[in-house]
Design a protein around this ligand. Structure first.
Ligand SMILES: Nc1nc2c(c(=O)[nH]1)N[C@H]1C(S)=C(S)[C@@H](COP(=O)(O)O)O[C@H]1N2
Ligand SMILES: [Mo]
Length: 206
């Protein structure tokens, strides 16, 4: 028996499958889940909580918490990236996709090209509607199988994981469909209007 010409350890090793190709430029991994809030955590009771969709200033639909919980549920496993440079891989979320919200309004396509998400406490963020549909975003109510903690946006937050995490508005109460892309809270303070972590769109002009 002769030795194989190339040792198994060299020849047979798989390509490294580290997380490096999942971490956008300028980001580092964390194992904890940092809390970043521009103000105090709102304490909205589920009995008074509602979620609304509006288009052109008109109400499309309003759901109570019980009605919202009865909508089709979707699970997403995804990486998240905060503009303050932390990223977290393989986080598990559950909630209602924007597609399912539109379907529940009897809409086969979104009523306008942009949205402004509105939250308890006054926080807002703007997004192109394209970034919310076809399974790209949800109103998340569960994190790692548990009800979403208030500090992380519970009872419900927007989750748009392919953009910097400031777009994932916590304590979200409604989405306004709009003809124009108007800056939200951080966008008006100098953050990028779109916020793609793979293109490092941190600040206006990046
Ligand atoms: N309503 C609201 N949503 C918000 C924020 C906020 O201050 N208020 N901060 C944003 C920012 S900058 C980030 S990084 C994430 C932080 O979410 P986390 O606290 O669950 O990590 O929430 C985003 N959504
Ligand atoms: Mo952030």
């Amino acid at each position: 028996m002769s030795e194989p010409p190339i040792s198994r350890g060299f020849h047979g090793r798989k390509k490294p499958e580290g997380p490096t190709n999942r971490v956008p430029p300028g980001q580092h991994l964390v194992s904890d889940f940092p809390v970043l809030s521009a103000g105090p955590t709102p304490q909205t009771k589920l009995e008074v909580w509602s979620f609304t969709l509006e288009a052109g200033g008109k109400l499309l639909k309003e759901w109570s918490w019980a009605e919202f919980e009865a909508l089709p549920q979707t699970k997403i496993k995804t990486d998240i990236h905060c503009v303050t440079t932390w990223s977290k891989l393989g986080t598990n979320w559950q909630g209602v996709t924007i597609d399912d919200l539109l379907a529940a309004c009897g809409l086969s396509e979104p009523p306008a090209p942009y949205v402004l998400a509105e939250c308890d406490g006054g926080y807002t963020t703007n997004l192109p509607v394209e970034d919310l549909i076809e399974g790209k975003a949800m109103i998340a109510t569960r994190y790692e199988g548990q009800p979403l903690e208030p500090e992380h946006g519970g009872p419900a937050r927007l989750l748009v994981p392919h953009l910097y995490f400031w777009k994932s508005a916590k304590w979200v109460r409604g989405i306004q469909f709009r003809e124009g892309d108007e800056p939200g809270f951080w966008e008006a303070l100098g953050y990028h209007i779109y916020g793609d972590p793979w293109r490092e769109q941190r600040y206006a002009g990046d």
